[in-house]
Write a protein that binds this ligand. Structure first.
Ligand code: NAD
Ligand code: MG
Length: 484
């Protein structure tokens, strides 16, 4: 079944890409300098066009070792001994530079990742700056975090991040680590290394002492070298549960501290007393934000049976107005899928959904000829046993289930190996509090979804990982003797 496309025709509103200056190739950022790596190089593409943007180094074990040694020196000689208030000043300076160069970061993020400029401009970049502002404020107040009277930095943090929010995940990792007095070696994801390299330039611009932040690009092997390096005191990983598990095994038995932010399959629960129009907006925001490449996406819609048909009809009408296409167009709602591999995974799981008996619905929408694209999709008639109700699809695909009573909603919501986030839509405050209390999820949104703030801790239960990022809690992961 299809609906007719939006009656409105929009004129193109492209953001200019000339604001970014992409070099033909990039080295690694180690000890305050861009240096040649000793490994091979690889290409990063614009997923909306398949155009090669540039070549980037794949950091070898020797490169990672050099970066860790630089970070250790900086920890011992400059950053560690520095007055905490001065560390804070550097973080404030980085935050301001991120704001000053926001447009450049947003365009580069959309080019390398495929996300709509509306999101990189209004969400990723401002939130990244907000993280640095927030943690800058904590740098000289660590004695008052409630983590003991003299909490101490751990040392060198090895950090590995995914491709869905490249700059924002960098900020989540780097800002608290530096505020707590640690130095870092960060490995960005292989499909989205460019904003991390631009961030390296910002570190230079901020006169951050050499070696405090080191950026080593590369794929899984480079990440493994960071995680397994003997002189790393702390490992922070965001990515898939599968890789997270292998990292937990590699770190077990060492003295390294570990936090894991992994996958999710969030329940977004809509009760029959919810304001339907508002809930529909929240459902759309929950699953189609960032093409659904969101670990905390509301990918399982649990809707009370009595309003199922009304919600689905309204949802279909709304999805019919979403604009899929050029990420740099300011009117675009849904951009490109990040890579050919991710697109193949989304297609495979959607096909399995259909084969298992769920009903697939997609609006009539034209997709560009080149690049990696998937239309917004909803599956109805989904049962809890279906793969599309259990596995993380990490794409713009919503699985719809129903329930009759609040108890059934809670049981179905918790029937997952994951526990990262959840949403509740209801007019009754008492119901929201009661249900939220029973959900095994790190974040529960009420009458909203996918809202992020640096002051608010974020993290999972079960196979969604452990440890918290954000807020005061996020500092504990980078301080000695501090339990979260
Ligand atoms: P991934 O696990 O394949 O890769 C994540 C990062 O780990 C990349 O930088 C990759 O190069 C690196 N890596 C791969 N193998 C490694 C190894 N053996 N040792 C060390 N590093 C290694 O995940 P992905 O496909 O890039 O990202 C999508 C996944 O990330 C989804 O499952 C999603 O839910 C999860 N995610 C979680 C959060 C969160 O905060 N919980 C946020 C974003 C994404
Ligand atoms: Mg790319």
């Amino acid at each position: 079944m299809t609906v007719s496309p939006s009656p409105f025709e929009y004129a193109p509103a492209p953001e200019s890409r000339s604001i970014v200056d992409i070099a033909p190739s990039y080295g690694l950022f180690i000890d305050g300098e861009f240096v040649d790596g000793t490994g091979d190089s690889f290409k990063t593409v614009n997923p909306a066009t398949e155009e090669v943007l540039t070549e980037v180094s794949a950091g070898s074990e020797a490169d990672v070792d050099r970066a860790v040694r630089a970070a250790r020196r900086a920890f011992e000689k400059t950053w560690g001994p520095m007055r905490p208030a001065d560390r804070g000043k550097y973080l404030f300076r980085i935050a301001r530079l991120l704001q000053e160069r926001a447009r450049e970061f947003a365009v580069l993020e959309s080019l390398d990742n495929g996300k709509p400029i509306r999101e990189s401009r209004d969400v990723d970049v401002p939130l990244a700056a907000a993280h640095f502002f927030y943690y800058a404020g904590w740098a000289d107040k660590l004695d008052h975090v409630g983590l003991g009277t003299r909490p101490r930095a751990l040392g060198v943090a090895g950090q590995v991040i995914p491709w869905n929010f490249p700059l924002l995940m960098l900020a989540w990792k780097v800002a608290p680590a530096l505020a707590a007095g640690n130095t870092v070696v960060l490995k960005p994801a292989e499909t989205t290394p460019l904003t991390a390299l631009l961030f390296a330039e910002v570190c230079r611009q901020a006169d951050l002492p050499a070696g405090v932040v080191n950026i080593v690009t590369g794929a899984g092997e480079t990440g493994r070298a960071v995680v397994e390096h003997d002189d790393v005191d702390k490992v922070a990983f965001t990515g898939s549960t599968e890789v997270g598990r292998s990292i937990a095994r590699a770190v077990a038995g060492t003295r390294k501290k570990l936090t894991l932010e992994l996958g999710g399959k969030a329940a977004n629960i809509v009760f029959d007393d919810a304001p339907i129009d508002q809930a529909v907006e929240g459902i759309v925001q929950g699953i189609f934000f960032n093409q659904g490449h969101v670990c905390c996406a509301g990918s399982r819609l649990l809707v009370q049976e009595s309003i199922h048909d009304e919600v689905i009809a309204s949802l279909q009408r709304r999805i019919g107005t979403l604009r899929v296409g050029d990420p740099l167009d300011k009117n675009t709602d849904i951009g490109a899928i990040n890579s050919a591999e991710q697109l193949a995974r989304i297609r495979e799981l959607s096909d399995i959904g259909e084969a298992e008996g769920a009903q697939r619905w997609q609006p009539a929408c034209e997709l560009p000829d080149r690049g990696f694209w998937y239309p917004p999709t909803i599956f109805t008639d989904v049962s809890p046993a279906h793969r599309i109700a259990r596995d993380e699809i990490f794409g713009p695909v919503l699985s719809v289930l129903t329930f009759r009573t609040p108890d059934e909603a809670v049981a179905k919501a918790n029937n997952s190996t994951y526990g990262l986030s959840a949403g509740i839509w209801s007019e009754k405050g008492s119901r929201i509090l009661k249900v939220a209390d029973q959900l095994r999820a790190g974040v529960v949104w009420a009458n909203t979804f996918n809202k992020f703030d640096p002051t608010s801790p974020f993290g999972g239960y079960k196979q969604s990982g452990y440890g918290r990022e954000g807020g005061r809690h996020g500092l504990a992961a980078y301080l000695e003797g501090a339990e979260q």
